[in-house]
Design a protein around this ligand. Sequence first.
Ligand SMILES: Nc1ncnc2c1ncn2[C@@H]1O[C@H](COP(=O)(O)OP(=O)(O)O)[C@@H](O)[C@H]1O
Ligand SMILES: [Mg+2]
Length: 307
Amino acid sequence: MPDISNTSSTKRVTMFAGKGGVGKTTCAGATALHHASSDGDTLVISTDPTPSLSHIFEMTDKAKPARVLDGLYLAELGQSEIRQMWDKKFGPEVYEVFSSFVAVDYDDFAEFVTSILPGLHDEFMVDYIKELSQTDTYRRIVWDTAPMGQTLGLLETPAMLREHLKPAPRIYSRLKLGSRSKRPVLDIIKGWEELSGEDMEFLRQGVSFVIVTIAEALAVEQLDSILEEMGRYGFRADQLVINNVIKEIGGSSFLQERADQQRGYIERLYRQYSEMKIVEVPLFSQEVKGLERLRKVAEHLFCGEEV
Ligand SMILES: Nc1ncnc2c1ncn2[C@@H]1O[C@H](COP(=O)(O)OP(=O)(O)O)[C@@H](O)[C@H]1O
Ligand SMILES: [Mg+2]
């Protein structure tokens, strides 16, 4: 078993995944703060369609990226960036193929494709972050993702894309494309496959996965399935964060009961994922918003680690 803390620290990109509402954005923000002070220029980037990063950092600056403090930058990617990436990566090539048998405007086509195929969203996000990580702009990139459904979609996209593309050469061999040769179509498909393959490889080699969960039945069940799914694609989570752990009871029987219930799930997580690095973050008496509270979360996430 490789030293987990070592492997994750050599990877420049850390991705936070997990069910909705468990504290991914909170942990991503806290991690970015930590890296910004210990490693240098850090970008915290959200690919959640309903992002909340700016909110927890209390940012009003809409620049992309916006400067949070020295060494820490924040960006939330949305539909317009996806559209730009579509244009850059696939747009004209794919349009060329489709427009040979469907009369449609480029804009309408791009709008349609980028809105109906959620997988494309994920593919572009991976690609965007891959390209960013290959430049020297940032020492660290902390990636806050959407809830689990999208994360799974993200992992599935390249394989899905490959599946969808398989019948394409057959279809084209049946279509009368006039003077067009079949070759360019096959080249495009090959290009797609290569891109998917590179993105998948980047996720495996260049990204450290942190899964956030809470000590509740549904969250733990969903965690099992997300890890199983990741395993099927050859991904390994580097770290598990158990958030909202009740640590201070203060004589309250209400909190005691809740904490006892959590304990059962927490013990199960330690047993089941004994090979994983597990970190607990306590439930704070207040929501986590603003730098000061994020720093507190970071203390728990990185306690006992060399800075
Ligand atoms: N350890 C914690 N203690 C108290 N509140 C927390 C804690 N972690 C997260 N929260 C709060 O829970 C809510 C959801 O957290 P968030 O990070 O946005 O979840 P996600 O990104 O997984 O949807 C936020 O209001 C956040 O302030
Ligand atoms: Mg979030």
